[in-house]
Ligand binder design. Structure first.
Ligand code: FAD
Length: 439
């Protein structure tokens, strides 16, 4: 049935359902609430956010993406973030070889800056939530299935309720149900994978306790100590009062039921003394450990009036520290595109433009994060024996993630959308893939 005013509700506005109230879903909502041409509602499965102690460092591209959605979004991050250590102290991530003939060599200093910050995921979510009107979000609402009719997208929830919308933008995380809907349950890229067998052993302790066991420097400064049986990392949190310490092991020998073996400090006896001390600290309590996974490349991020963003579209290993940043870039692009969508029939063109600019870049970050893991594990041929090559790799990665021109990314998407809409009105059809060069 054709809609006279081009949307399913008959109120003249495009009605968007967002599933998942994580960083991607809330940031998108914070932008959409400022638009007169759309209404939206966020459906989040959990009843409330829990503090799982995870700290995020948001890099330059994340800050730029938040600013594009709105200065208040960027400000929320700065209000919620805490200094890793002392405010006026210069900090960097020191990447050091912990094993082999060059043991002890500093191969890179990443992100050297005064007053480096991290934000607890739960604190960032609380801040973003304050930017979304309460009436526009429902907690405890778990999406169970999706279907589409010519006029609407239908969402069916686990509590038996149904919702109809003009389109669905799903930000439902790495185990996304929407990804299954878009790609198909049997598509090889649908389920997350752990190709390299990564297991992250992690502990959270007070900095005072850590100082009794490890080099006190690493309660104030971030090390990544590299070696073939795992890289070791410490992240000072909350102005240097708490420490998250971990060992990321590539090629862990999981049991057939998926259990990771216990962390055995004995197999690190050829690592540097300070690396061994951190392994022993982590091995005391590995209850904060987890098994990492990421997504193989999806051939598309949308189908008709349903799209996916953030980890649902491109979950990556944590080693490049850019997953949330990519989720924010997605939200920035869709927020920009939806300022011009006035008719339901234009939505696939908006999703196609989003897919064209965001899929190549976000999937390159997935690949980059895998490569970080291999470099850290001495598995990238000969690189650990050539610190110059390693430095070049880190510099190139930082330039790719941080220095991207996100205004241009938004503009490119809008150009594609407008060309497609114009094409649909009788002009020549423009194929999104042919018309854009990705930054
Ligand atoms: C240890 C660790 C460290 C990291 N460090 C960094 C870092 O330093 N910098 C960085 O940029 N990134 C980092 N990341 C990545 C970052 O955390 C993620 O990329 C980001 O949180 C993704 O946000 P999202 O909103 O797409 O997904 P999520 O945060 O996973 O949110 C998805 C939401 O959808 C909800 N949901 C799921 N299914 C349903 C359903 N069926 N119905 C309704 N709701 C549903 C979930 O409850 C959840 O709230 C790190 C990740 C990890 C694990």
């Amino acid at each position: 049935m054709a809609q006279e005013n081009g949307n399913s509700k008959g109120n003249g506005k495009i009605n968007i359902a967002i599933v998942g109230g994580g960083i991607a879903g809330l940031a998108l909502g914070a932008g959409l609430k400022k638009k007169d041409n759309v209404t939206f509602h966020i459906y989040e499965s959990v009843p409330g956010y829990k503090d799982v102690g995870a700290g995020l460092a948001l890099h330059m591209n994340a800050i730029k993406a938040m600013a594009l959605i709105g200065d208040e979004v960027k400000q929320t991050y700065f209000d919620k973030a805490l200094f890793m250590g002392e405010e006026d102290k210069e900090m960097s991530t020191e990447v050091i070889l912990a094993q082999g003939p060059n043991k002890g060599e500093l191969v890179a200093e990443l992100g050297k800056a005064k007053g480096r910050k991290t934000v607890a995921r739960s604190a960032l979510l609380d801040g973003l939530l304050e930017l979304v009107p309460k009436a526009n979000i429902t907690f405890g609402k778990k999406l169970d299935s999706i279907d589409e009719t010519p006029d609407a997208v239908h969402l069916h929830f686990q509590d038996g309720s149904d919702v109809t919308a003009d389109c669905l933008i799903s930000a439902d995380g790495i185990h996304s149900l929407t990804r299954r809907y878009i790609l198909g349950a049997d598509h090889p890229a649908t389920e997350p994978k752990n190709h390299d067998g990564w297991q992250i052993y992690r502990t959270m302790v007070s900095a005072d306790f850590a100082k009794q066991h490890i080099n006190p420097k690493w309660t104030q400064q971030v090390p990544i100590l590299l070696g073939p049986r795992g890289h070791i990392n410490c992240i000072p949190l909350d102005k240097g009062t708490r420490l998250s310490a971990g060992v990321a092991v590539r090629g862990a020998k999981f049991t057939p039921t998926g259990e990771a073996p216990p962390l055995d400090p004995a197999i690190y006896s050829d690592y540097s003394a300070e690396a061994q001390a951190i392994v022993r600290l982590v091995a005391r309590d590995t209850s904060a450990s987890w098994t990492a996974a990421d997504h193989d490349h999806a051939p598309t991020y949308y189908k008709s009036h349903v799209s996916m963003i953030g980890d649902a579209a491109h979950a990556s290993m944590p080693f490049a520290g850019n997953g949330a940043a990519q989720a924010l870039e997605d939200a920035a692009v869709l927020n920009h595109l939806f300022s011009r969508v006035t008719h339901r029939a234009q939505i696939p063109a908006a999703f196609s433009a989003y897919d064209s600019v965001r899929r190549p870049r976000s999937q390159e970050v997935v690949d980059l994060a895998r490569k970080f893991g291999r470099v850290y594990a001495y598995a990238e041929e000969g690189m650990h024996e050539d610190p110059g090559r390693m430095k070049q790799f880190f510099a190139g990665a930082a330039a790719f993630t941080n220095n991207a021109d996100l205004v241009r990314q938004n503009d490119d998407a809008m150009g594609l959308f407008e060309a497609a809409v114009k094409g649909g009105e009788g002009g020549e059809e423009v194929k999104a893939e042919d018309a854009v060069e990705i930054v």
